[in-house]
Write a protein that binds this ligand. Structure first.
Ligand code: RIB
Ligand code: CA
Length: 324
């Protein structure tokens, strides 16, 4: 089966790591490279976490490119209350030594992403699961790249209530100006798919999921630790007993779009109101004459998602047992 070339832009981040494992091990995907940005933690820490995690899952040959430290306009913010001081607490705190042995590529993420996409024999799917700074800069500096982009699939945005802001989701509100660039190019330059909180909040790490993860042996116990760390702050901060696992939903859309309910609507980004900065304003009922530009996810087959996610974690375990 011909594999679909993909590029992952991320800020590991506990849920980013599950997205990396799914993108690296799903039999339909060829993960060409990973770029990092600040977000859940500083770009230094998210880059170190990406390197450590790839090494730990047996994929240290996948190149990692360090991206932008800061948003285009706003001051950088991090999400340490969810992801901890290292950005991958409970994993990188014990694996810090590993990161020092691994280094990112010398080339910066923006040009590396563009060159890889332009060089690809097949159009590339770009998956964004962090703030959109790297992707926006690439679209601005290398406009020809859109000729070889299959689609851009984002975990981000909210149709109603936000998370880190009342009506804004973290990946968008941490760089709304970058998001505006990416959303403005949608439909005329590339297909844009947005997997918002309304979808990811259906993908909950329930006790049954914890049990199924734990049953995967030593790697399963490590994944359980990551999920437990992620779970602890979610309830007091967001009132979620079982936490949602956001980022792998965007990868799952690339492998199984038929497992999602979607709608083509107009989505624009609020970039000035202090009340709703970073809001993804989705015209779900076509109340305006604004052109529909984004394919918005509204539902997901959660059981099929978990089957696929757990299969990828099993593949990591098989590779580890085979000494790969
Ligand atoms: O709002 C959830 C998103 O913000 C996820 O990508 C998570 O990793 C954080 O980056
Ligand atoms: Ca993320």
């Amino acid at each position: 089966m011909k594999k679909k070339p993909v590029w992952l832009d991320c800020d590991p981040g506990h849920d980013d790591c599950f997205a990396i494992a799914l993108a690296a091990y799903h039999q339909k995907l060829n993960l060409l490279g990973i770029s990092t940005t600040g977000g859940n933690q500083s770009v230094e820490k998210t880059t170190s976490n990406a390197l450590s995690w790839l090494s730990h899952i047996g994929k240290s040959t996948i190149p990692v490119y360090r991206g932008e430290a800061n948003p285009l306009v706003l001051k950088p913010q991090i999400c340490a209350e969810i992801h901890g001081e290292s950005g991958l607490e409970s994993f990188s705190s014990s694996q810090e030594h590993l990161a020092t042995a691994l280094k990112p590529q010398k080339q910066g993420a923006v040009s590396a992403m563009a060159e890889t996409i332009l060089r690809s024999a097949e159009p590339v799917t770009l998956i964004g699961i962090a703030r959109l700074t790297n992707i926006a800069l690439m679209l601005q500096r290398f406009p020809d790249v859109t000729q070889n982009i299959e689609q851009i699939v984002l975990m981000g945005g909210a149709l109603g209530v936000g998370n880190t802001q009342p009506v804004s989701e973290f990946n968008i509100e941490s760089d709304p100006h970058a998001a505006e660039i990416v959303f403005n190019g949608a439909s005329q330059d590339y297909k844009l798919v947005m997997i918002p909180l309304e979808v990811t909040h259906r993908v909950l790490v329930t006790p049954d999921i914890f049990r199924r993860v734990r049953s995967l042996g030593e790697f399963g116990l490590l994944c359980e630790d990551l999920l437990l760390f992620f779970k602890d702050p979610y309830e007091p901060v967001f009132g979620f007993p079982p936490p949602p696992l956001h980022d792998p939903c965007a990868v799952y859309y690339v492998t199984n779009p038929e497992q999602f309910t979607t709608r083509l609507v107009n989505v624009e980004i609020e970039t000035s109101s202090p009340l709703s900065l970073g809001q993804t304003v989705a015209d779900m009922y076509s109340r305006t004459d604004r052109t529909p530009n984004v394919i918005v996810g509204t539902d997901i087959n959660t059981e099929r998602f978990w089957e696929t996610m757990l299969e990828a974690l099993k593949a990591v375990t098989r590779a580890s047992d085979a000494g790969e």
